[in-house]
Write a protein that binds this ligand. Structure first.
Ligand SMILES: Cc1cc2nc3c(=O)[nH]c(=O)nc-3n(C[C@H](O)[C@H](O)[C@H](O)COP(=O)(O)OP(=O)(O)OC[C@H]3O[C@@H](n4cnc5c(N)ncnc54)[C@H](O)[C@@H]3O)c2cc1C
Ligand code: SF4
Ligand code: SF4
Length: 406
């Protein structure tokens, strides 16, 4: 199998998700991240990085290595599911703040927890992802210190390309307690970094995530505005969802024109999602190494209309459980009914399908002499062994036929 010898090998083989951690490690003068013609945020070496720096990147990059929840975070009361991993509790939960619940993606569980963390002074700031205020179709990593910062930045699902970790070392260097909210691949990279940088566990106190169907390429957003004959520099608002659950895909121009599309008609069939190649081979899109994962709760996996917003939560660690119950007690989060794994399967059929398919997809890549992600503690081989031979072969051949489109 081809080895990964430099940064370009990660990018060119479709393993990069554009998280930005390599840039945060090396500095902007060495690695620049820019939008590729395919619509992905991709890093490029602009000044030769040392082999020492490259090795640091190899040890954390979510295109190279992804592992499950570190053993020291697996509590004695933890339950275990072969597909969904370790969890302490599953239940419905949402923000009690009406504005957060309405404007956020689902029920504002993640923004509601972020607000509680700030106002209870458990952390000094939240590192998360928000709309680029100058170019609303694009996203930026953001340090939020209060409710205004959190709310006035469209910090809800930003499905397009983002680099949530491009300022992670800047956050560490502040030497203040903070929480990180991001995708499972971002959380995985942080956990890897914590093995070599003591500051991670010392200052990054909580890791909150969302269950993730994949990050769409920028071209999907571009096609959306093109369909209304709107240019990117005319936009004042670009929203994928929120302002309801799910809320509409919505744009507004500087001169006041508004256009929208129903959530289901924008997303449609999974094959039209146009997610990054890295997402198709994602061994952990369910936030296995987070403290808390939040998800949507539509039966069968798609919304049938608007509702007030009801997240489910998968609580992974004791720290996550304590945080959630503290936030419930303090009145920031409302706890709904308890759930069981069958409910989560029903809410997330695409996650179930991906998790059982991933090992075969990795095999297909290896057969084509393409490097793939090294994994540990994610049970993908065990799930593969439970599938029919026909299913595995179809997945293996499916990815092999797609590698020329990486
Ligand atoms: C790319 C992507 C794919 C998703 N796929 C699924 C799925 O398959 N199933 C599912 O149940 N839910 C999925 N979601 C999450 C879902 O849309 C809701 O965000 C989730 O239920 C949490 O809802 P909430 O109301 O608590 O979130 P909010 O309170 O709105 O908080 C969302 C948080 O996510 C952060 N964020 C948003 N976009 C990004 C990004 N691109 N990278 C890093 N951080 C980001 C924001 O900064 C904010 O902190 C996805 C979200 C994204 C961004
Ligand atoms: S996945 Fe992240 S760390 Fe890895 S190459 Fe891409 S931007 Fe860099
Ligand atoms: S599917 Fe996986 S790689 Fe893609 S954005 Fe989600 S967590 Fe990251």
């Amino acid at each position: 199998m081809t080895q990964i010898n430099n940064l370009d090998d990660i990018v060119r083989n479709g393993l990069c998700i554009g998280c930005g951690l390599c840039q945060s490690i090396s500095g902007k003068n060495c690695i620049e991240i820019s939008m590729s013609p395919k619509g992905r945020l991709e890093p490029k070496e602009v000044k030769k990085i040392s082999s020492e720096t490259f090795n640091k990147i190899l040890n954390v990059c979510p295109g190279v290595v992804v592992e499950g929840l570190p053993k020291e975070h697996v509590d004695t009361n933890t339950k275990y599911d072969l597909l969904w991993g370790y969890y302490l509790q599953l239940f419905y939960a949402w923000s009690t703040d009406k504005r957060i619940r309405f404007e956020s993606s689902t029920g504002g569980l993640l923004n509601g927890l972020s607000l509680y963390l700030l106002e209870s002074k458990k952390v000094n700031f939240i590192l998360h992802t928000a709309t680029n205020p100058k170019k609303p179709m694009r996203s930026v990593s953001k340090f939020s210190y209060n409710k205004d910062d959190l709310l006035n930045s469209n910090s809800c699902s930003r499905y397009g390309p983002t680099s949530p970790l491009d300022r992670f070392h800047e956050a560490l260097s502040l030497e203040q307690p903070f929480a990180f909210v991001g995708k499972p691949c971002d959380i995985s990279a942080i956990r890897q970094l914590s093995k070599s940088d003591d500051r991670v566990n010392k200052f990054c106190k909580y890791l909150l995530t969302l269950v993730c169907g994949g990050s769409t390429e920028f071209t999907k957003s571009q096609d959306f505005i093109d369909s209304f004959k709107v240019k990117e520099d005319e936009l004042s608002i670009f929203r994928y969802r929120g302002f309801g659950n799910p809320g509409k895909m919505y744009i507004k121009t500087n001169d006041g024109r508004e256009f929208d599309k129903e959530y289901n008609s924008f997303w449609g069939e999974e094959s039209t999602w146009r997610v990054h190649f890295r997402c198709k081979i994602c061994p952990d899109a369910i936030g296995e190494s987070s403290d808390i994962a939040a998800l949507d709760t539509w039966r069968g996996g798609s919304p049938e209309g608007e509702d007030e917003g009801f997240n489910a939560t998968i609580v992974r660690t004791k720290k996550g459980l304590e945080l959630l119950y503290d936030a419930i007690e303090a009145g920031y989060i409302k706890k709904g009914d308890d759930l069981v794994i069958d409910d989560i399967n029903d809410f997330q059929p695409h996650q179930v399908n991906k998790k059982i398919s991933v090992y075969a997809r990795h095999k297909g890549m290896k057969k084509q002499n393409i490097p793939t992600i090294s994994t540990d503690g994610l049970r993908i081989k065990e799930l593969y062994d439970l599938n029919s031979k026909e299913f595995n072969l179809k997945e293996e051949e499916g990815i092999s036929s797609r590698v020329n489109k990486i």
